[in-house]
Design a protein around this ligand. Structure first.
Ligand code: ADP
Ligand code: ADP
Ligand code: ZN
Length: 210
């Protein structure tokens, strides 16, 4: 099954993707994680993306479309995948269609802007495996340490409050129109992203079975 998780930054896409991919035994593809890994290893693509990311802007379409094309060609995507953070613009969605990638279901995780601000300000991510935690809503067992791999938890530069507003603006302007795009294709399910993580997983899995 080929799945897209839509939603604002901080809606819980990554958190849900990690649970669902375990469930369905398909990989999660996060363009954000791929770009951050490229940045860490100092590749040209990573360096090119950095200034956009730091300002809370989207990386140019051609860059992320290139990333996705390469990643989807890998063997582990043959039986399906979850896209987390892609597409984020109409041209990105059109590029997927043009590649002949058939999307089965798009789940939009809805969270209010006010809640997003709380989530991003307290988000901590694992430096090694990118698992996502929250200082009050979703604490690791041991402070500052990843439950899954014992890696160090850090705050992302772009989760600082001055960037969060810009990311929300970008979301409303450029990404939200994708809801209509996929509703018109008859593929959209909307679930509330506010509530217990396990309840949101239940709603998401139900949407995938529908
Ligand atoms: P996204 O991938 O959509 O940007 P994340 O999965 O990283 O979002 O979640 C954003 C933040 O909100 C993280 O700190 C995460 O631990 C927290 N979070 C995720 N789901 C919930 C939830 N249902 N309730 C409260 N906090 C949540
Ligand atoms: P979040 O889910 O919290 O918004 P991501 O890790 O998905 O964060 O994305 C972080 C940043 O990486 C974005 O603000 C943007 O600069 C860049 N990025 C990730 N995915 C895309 C994409 N599909 N198109 C353009 N830029 C992207
Ligand atoms: Zn980890």
């Amino acid at each position: 099954m080929n799945i897209i998780l839509l939603g604002a930054p901080g809606a819980g896409k990554g958190t849900q993707a990690a649970i669902i991919c375990d469930h369905l035994k398909i990989p999660t593809i996060s363009t954000g994680n791929i770009i951050r890994a490229a940045l860490k290893s100092g590749t040209e693509m990573g360096l090119r993306a950095k200034s956009y990311m730091d300002e809370g802007k989207l990386v140019p379409d051609e860059v992320v479309i290139g990333i996705i094309k390469e990643r989807l060609a890998e063997d582990d995507c043959k039986n399906g995948f979850i896209l987390d953070g892609f597409p984020r613009t109409i041209p990105q969605a059109e590029a997927l269609d043009k590649m002949g990638v058939v999307i089965d279901r798009v789940v939009d995780i809805e969270v209010s802007d006010e809640e997003i601000v709380h989530r991003l300000s307290g988000r901590r991510v694992c430096e090694s495996c990118s698992a996502s935690y929250h200082v009050t809503f979703n604490k690791p067992q041991e402070e500052g340490k990843c439950d899954l791999c014992a890696g160090t938890l850090i705050q992302r530069m772009d989760d600082h409050p001055n960037t969060v507003n810009e990311r929300l603006n970008v979301y409303h302007e450029q990404t939200e129109p994708l809801r209509d795009y996929y509703a018109k294709q008859g593929k959209l399910s909307v679930v509330s992203g506010e509530g217990d993580i396990s309840e949101i997983t239940r709603l998401t899995l139900a949407a995938l079975e529908a």
